[in-house]
Design a binder for this molecule. Structure first.
Ligand code: ATP
Ligand code: MG
Ligand code: MG
Ligand code: MG
Length: 567
């Protein structure tokens, strides 16, 4: 490549809105361009680096026995209703309708689609295990898109999904993928740490996140200074700090939904500041596929039929107040409270779409200083023990050895999950075992934020002059710079070197622009190219200067030897 032909517009100043260094430098180095909040184009240099990261991922996953596929971004809502995530995904999911008013989703993740493929194709244990992956654009309407590529609303993800006949086989593949991830992030030149993590909304029992350690990270990582124990702060909390709180449990049962007038209790429990005009009501909404129940706290004088609660679909749902008799029939025998959702200034939904009338149901709450664990979030909502939690601080003892925990900031670049049978069960992905018996498949899923990985490499590798790309993902490794474009001997030597380098596998660019040497050096450093070869700085015409971006080290060397030296 030639700088004279390269589509590149570098910026002197960093744009005001860019808070973190990767965002600033990606914009300044002309690698990405903003279209809208959390939505970026990749310009040539950015795309080359992205391709290099993808290539590393593909090589490692192919070697690990995975096969690449490509699934649609656009997905029918029916599939998400079937899995139960149409509502659960909430406002983070980008939704749209086609010309026939049919609901669609811009895929935030692809468990539903892959399971649909597999359930139709795989019939026998002989076809398992299988691990399929894709590198595809994902859409998530993040509450706070920010930090450039780190938290986009449209971003590039590698997602892999594996299917198994047993938990043991999933364990084996999980380990296989864990190892592949270590190789991928090592090859990308990153200082990272796998940490034990909580499974969050996706479900499943066992999961690790891969974190790139950087100050700008949004997560706290606790790691031991002696053994290899590491966990994200949530997991560290549940590993070490939980003590059962019987009080909380007692309090929980106080909230008896049979008695819709016990609103003060609910409000107290939820820490909601209520006035006397607050009412609690049970509602039902009839959705396309099922009836949902809501309990709402309402402030002010609303007529019931005036109240439209926004459901996760982002369109108002008309709610119908249910009578006490109807409510009795629901046989909700225990109290509950869902996460408090502020629907409008006057309406809080206490229990939302997670509520289904069933016997002995108790749902935990995410409330201040209380947490639930062991929630089987997929189908049956039976739990629950309440625990006091306290954030673990650095300096506390390691739960695994006599070392001490330290805290660091991390950027989540990847995650591996043991999903178990949840999705396969909901979507009916079954196979016939050796004895001809129908069995539910066991699943794993494995994600890498490809575009986030690119940003996090910068968070770890930069200085006051710009990016310092790890060699493996630098858009070009060598930049050949003729010092004086008016000196034909220099230009010829530079061109000759460029030709020679182009015949190697070392990605090389020549800065053949009619610009001053200082200007070219600055651009090269801003873009983060690992090696500059300056031609014509020395009076001896055959001597060139190799300058390393990372250390600033310079080596003078004869032009004939330069390729061997760089290798
Ligand atoms: P986070 O906790 O940062 O919101 P997540 O846990 O929701 O991420 P996953 O569902 O685990 O994300 O997706 C797999 C990977 O995709 C993540 O490990 C992360 O690297 C990347 N990723 C997730 N959300 C974004 C985003 N909004 N922008 C860029 N990359 C993302
Ligand atoms: Mg997220
Ligand atoms: Mg996460
Ligand atoms: Mg994650």
């Amino acid at each position: 490549m030639r700088f004279s032909k390269l589509y590149l517009k570098t910026l002197k100043e960093s744009p005001k809105e860019a808070e973190v260094i990767s965002h600033q430098l990606l914009l300044r180095a002309g690698m990405i361009k903003k279209l809208a909040s959390g939505i970026y184009s990749y310009l040539p240099l950015g795309k080359i680096t992205l391709n290099k990261i993808e290539k590393i991922i593909r090589e490692e996953l192919d070697n690990a026995g995975c096969q690449e596929i490509l699934m649609p971004v656009l997905q029918p809502a029916e599939l998400w209703k079937e899995s139960g995530r149409w509502l659960k995904m909430g406002e983070e999911m980008m939704r749209m309708q086609d010309r026939h008013n049919r609901d669609f989703v811009l895929g935030p993740t692809h468990e539903e689609v892959i399971t649909d493929i597999i359930r139709n194709d795989i019939k026998s244990y002989k076809d398992l295990p299988i691990n399929l992956y894709q590198i595809q654009t994902k859409f998530r309407d993040e509450r706070r898109p920010r930090f450039g590529l780190m938290r986009g609303r449209e971003f590039l993800m590698k997602d892999a999904y594996s299917f198994h006949t047993s938990e043991e086989d999933l364990d084996r593949e999980y380990h296989n993928m864990y190892k592949a991830y270590e190789r991928i992030f090592t090859r990308c030149g990153l200082n990272f740490r796998p940490v034990e993590a909580d499974s969050g909304a996706i479900g499943g029992s066992h999961t690790h996140e891969f974190h790139v350690l950087a100050e700008s990270g949004e997560d706290d990582i606790l790691y031991c200074n002696k053994c290899d124990y590491a966990a994200n702060s949530e997991k560290a909390v549940s590993n070490i700090e939980l003590t059962q709180n019987d009080e909380a449990e007692k309090e929980l049962t106080l909230i008896d939904t049979k008695n819709t007038s016990s609103i003060e209790d609910v409000a107290k429990f939820l820490n909601v500041d209520i006035t006397k005009t607050v009412k609690a009501m049970m509602f039902k909404s009839i959705l396309e596929t099922e009836t949902k129940y809501y309990m709402a706290l309402i402030r002010g004088d609303y007529e019931v039929n005036e109240i439209k609660l926004k459901n996760a679909v982002n369109s108002p749902v008309e709610l119908e107040l249910i009578t006490d008799e109807e409510f009795e029939k629901l046989s909700i025998t225990k109290g509950y409270c869902g996460a408090l959702k502020n629907i409008s200034e006057d309406i809080y939904v206490v229990a939302d779409e997670t509520i289904k009338p069933m016997k002995n149901m108790v749902i935990g709450a995410n409330i201040k200083d209380k947490h639930y664990i062991n929630a089987n979030i997929n189908r049956d909502l039976k739990i629950n023990k309440f625990y006091d939690i306290r954030m673990v601080k650095s300096g506390e003892p390691c739960p695994h050895c006599d070392g001490t925990l330290e805290i660091a900031r991390g950027i989540e670049v990847g995650q591996v999950f043991k999903l178990g049978t949840g999705y396969a069960e909901a979507l009916g992905a079954k196979y016939l075992d050796k004895n001809g018996k129908l069995q539910v498949m066991t699943m794993g899923c494995y994600g890498i934020g490809v575009s986030r990985t690119m940003a996090s490499a910068i968070e770890q590798n930069y200085d006051e002059y710009g990016i310092i790309w790890p060699v493996s993902i630098a858009p070009f490794i060598v930049n050949i710079i003729p010092a004086n474009m008016k000196n034909q001997t220099q230009v010829d030597l530079a061109e000759k070197l460029y030709k020679n380098f182009s015949e190697t596998n070392i990605d090389t660019i020549i800065d053949d622009r009619n610009e001053r040497l200082g200007f070219k050096m600055k651009d090269s450093d801003l873009i983060g190219l690992p090696i500059k070869i300056v031609v014509g700085k020395k009076s001896d015409e055959d001597i060139v200067e190799i300058k390393l971006r990372k250390t600033g080290e310079t080596i003078e060397i004869s032009a004939n030897e330069v390729i061997n030296k760089v290798r």
